[in-house]
Design a protein around this ligand. Structure first.
Ligand code: CP3
Length: 355
């Protein structure tokens, strides 16, 4: 029995008709949905205000702050989706990895994982590790109404790179050395990370996130052969592991032109395309079977309005040729971006794509 005050059994019902979910499912939409990676963050003065005295990871674990920060870009820009405010290292922190996020640098790991004994100290993730995440999602879904919330996690390779290198890396040399020098340890590490990412996505989707995105930001540093042999099986475990939840799965990486077919086939519904490959080429490389997300160069947001607007219209037009299109940037919003430009881009995407 349900009464009006009991939560609906299907937390995704309110957003099942949203443009984001429909585009991901390759259904017709009234306009092209748009959101931006890193839409919450330093480009917004209201974000800098909330974060003034609060460290990044404290903010990520405080449901009231996660809710406020996630809602800020939705209120300001009128985007068609919210992305959960968190970080790819939050589930690692939750299982006990000693790490910090250093402003201007990124995640830094106190004791990198390089040996079997190191891996043995990395536990699996259970919902009990992240009650605050479920709580934040529930608060957000209540506030967002018909606007979908996108949950996310880091993919095994990108997480492994931070853990093995101990921090951000340009060349991923220790990571690749481990991959090739001890393939069994590499595979066991990625299997553990796949469990952690998959469980983190599950917590978010079960609490009400309407879509999930797997970020394999650094996968573009791999050859296709290495990606297929050493990485794809683990990303597939994550994506297929949440297939039963019925929420669209977006798979994104940077510099992945050569990997798009493999990344799409790893179990995604939507393939993220960065700005190096045209949407049309990207959709075709993914076999023409997948919805696409992208792909405005975030640096173009610094260009004068006319050339920027022309590029936005072009991307909207190219997206019409794909089975489904979600407008986004090719990578995250840069911290110095003028937020009023982002709002104008949202308005233009809506206006130019209205049908
Ligand atoms: C590689 C990666 C990380 N984190 C993430 C990725 C994958 C996406 C990508 O490729 O950009 C994912 C992420 N991190 C953050 C989000 C929030 C949601 C959103 O997109 O709005 C998301 C989706 C918040 C954040 N995560 C971080 C910030 C900046 C911290 C701050 O505001 O002080 C934010 C808003 C910190 C972070 N965390 C990480 C980096 C590289 C940085 C930037 C370091 C810096 O430039 O200061 C690791």
């Amino acid at each position: 029995m349900t009464s009006p005050s009991t939560p609906t059994l299907d937390p995704h019902r309110a957003t099942s008709d949203s443009t984001l979910v429909r585009a991901a499912r390759q259904l017709p939409t009234t306009h092209t949905p748009v959101w931006f990676m890193r839409q919450a963050g330093r480009s917004l003065p209201e974000y800098r205000e909330v974060r003034r005295d609060v460290p990044m990871l404290t903010a990520c674990r405080t449901p009231e702050l996660v809710t406020e920060i996630t809602l800020q870009p939705v209120r300001r820009h009128g985007v068609d989706a919210a992305i959960f405010f968190s970080d790819i290292v939050v589930p690692l922190m939750a299982v006990g990895v000693d790490l910090d996020i250093v402003a201007g640098t990124g995640p830094v790991i106190a004791e990198p994982i390089r040996t079997r004994a190191d891996l043995d100290r990395l536990p699996e993730l259970t919902p009990e590790h992240v009650p605050d995440i479920a709580e934040s999602v529930r608060l957000l879904v209540g506030e967002l109404g018909h606007t979908p919330l996108i949950g996310f996690a880091g993919a095994p390779f990108t997480l492994a790179s931070y853990l093995v290198e101990g921090g951000p890396s340009k060349n991923h040399e220790r990571t690749k050395a481990l991959m090739h020098g001890d393939p069994q340890l590499w595979s066991d590490l990625c299997a553990r990370l796949a469990q952690i990412s998959g469980a983190f996505l599950r917590v978010q989707a079960e609490a009400g996130a309407s879509a999930v995105q797997l970020f394999d930001s650094w996968a573009g540093h791999l050859s296709r052969a290495d990606y297929l042999r050493h990485v794809e099986p683990h990303s597939r475990t994550v994506l297929e592991g949440v297939g039963d939840l019925g929420v669209p799965r977006i798979h994104f990486g940077v510099g992945t032109g050569e990997l798009l077919p493999a990344m799409a086939d790893a179990g995604a519904d939507v393939i993220g395309i960065d700005y190096r490959v045209s949407l049309a080429d990207g959709a075709q490389r993914a076999g023409g079977r997948y919805a696409v997300q992208g792909n405005l160069d975030p640096a173009l947001l610094f260009a004068p309005w006319e050339p920027l607007a022309a590029r936005v219209r072009e991307i909207v037009d190219e997206g019409r040729e794909a089975p489904g299109h979600i407008f986004n940037l090719g990578h995250g919003v840069l911290p110095d971006t003028d937020p009023t430009v982002l709002t104008r881009v949202v308005e233009l995407v809506h206006e130019h794509s209205a049908r």
